[in-house]
Ligand binder design. Structure first.
Ligand SMILES: Cc1cc2nc3c(=O)[nH]c(=O)nc-3n(C[C@H](O)[C@H](O)[C@H](O)COP(=O)(O)O)c2cc1C
Length: 169
């Protein structure tokens, strides 16, 4: 997805890996932490600066992993009016549809804009080759649709913000 997004020439992307950020279990929201670690502060800067986010999440027990909720709970204003593309990954054949519903619910409540398009990945262990290429040809078409929708919402909200700031029209 990262490569595809970059190939459009319309956006710059970066991967934020929660394993690397290694947030502590929530005690305080970021804005109330007096001396956040460099890693935490850097993560906050990156999500705050992003025009949109793509969340890639495995489905765990028909929900999303606790580590992801822990991350959301550390932040709030960083997500406001930010388009969120949600990719869910599952071992089963439903593609993490419950995980998708829960992520939409929480991110919408946080003031973000989870996009209507979904990208569920079913039977993940059998769906990709060694290089990470999708074995199912329908992934190509589905990812195009998903990314186009994400870019539409991203560009629309960027334009709107530019207009509000008097820079775009
Ligand atoms: C604690 C746990 C719960 C899981 N629950 C589900 C589930 O409810 N539905 C499903 O399709 N797959 C489930 N899986 C399989 C994961 O979705 C699958 O392994 C995942 O997409 C790959 O991520 P992983 O590398 O973290 O295992 C579960 C896996 C774990 C470890």
């Amino acid at each position: 997805m990262k490569k595809r997004l970059e190939e459009t020439g319309r956006v710059e992307t970066e991967i934020l890996d929660l394993r690397e950020v290694d947030l502590p279990m929530l005690e305080e929201r970021f804005r109330n932490i007096e001396n956040p670690s460099d890693r935490m502060a850097d993560f906050q800067r990156r999500i705050a600066a992003a025009d949109a986010l793509v969340v890639v999440s495995p489905e765990y027990n028909h929900g999303y992993p606790a580590v992801l909720k822990n991350m959301f709970d550390h932040f709030l204003p960083e997500f406001r009016r930010k388009p969120i593309g949600i990719i869910t990954v599952s071992a089963g054949s439903l593609g993490g549809i419950d995980c998708l519903g829960q992520l939409r619910h929480v991110t919408l409540w946080m003031g973000a804009l989870p996009i209507p398009a979904a990208f569920p990945v079913t039977k993940v262990a059998e769906s990709f080759d060694e290089e990470g290429r999708a074995l199912d040809p329908s992934y190509e078409r589905r990812s195009e649709r998903f990314l186009e929708e994400l870019l539409w919402f991203t560009e629309a909200t960027v334009r709107q913000r530019q207009q509000e700031n008097g820079a775009g029209g």
